[in-house]
Ligand binder design. Sequence first.
Ligand code: ZN
Length: 106
Amino acid sequence: MMMSPSDMWRKRMRERRERLDATRHWGGYRQAHYAKSTDTLVVVVEAVPANLDPGDHGETKWYTVCDDHNRLIGHSTLALARYHASAPEEWCEVCGGNEEPDEEAQ
Ligand SMILES: [Zn+2]
């Protein structure tokens, strides 16, 4: 049976919602949203519970992650991590148009 355009739209919206909801189970989860500028799923996590490198002196306490492209950037403060969450094109090379997506991210 063919799906109607509205069925497909609803399915897509449901999948977006499920992807977003799934991030709440990530280790160190703090917040997640689809960035307005890129429409990619961006997640803020705490470094240690997320099993990410906290830096030699534990200075990298937070990470901002572009889930669509498997790119991330570390920060010393939650405020910085949240700030970067609104503009992934500034630190995700794929969102910024400077790199091709990884094979496995497709
Ligand atoms: Zn990206």
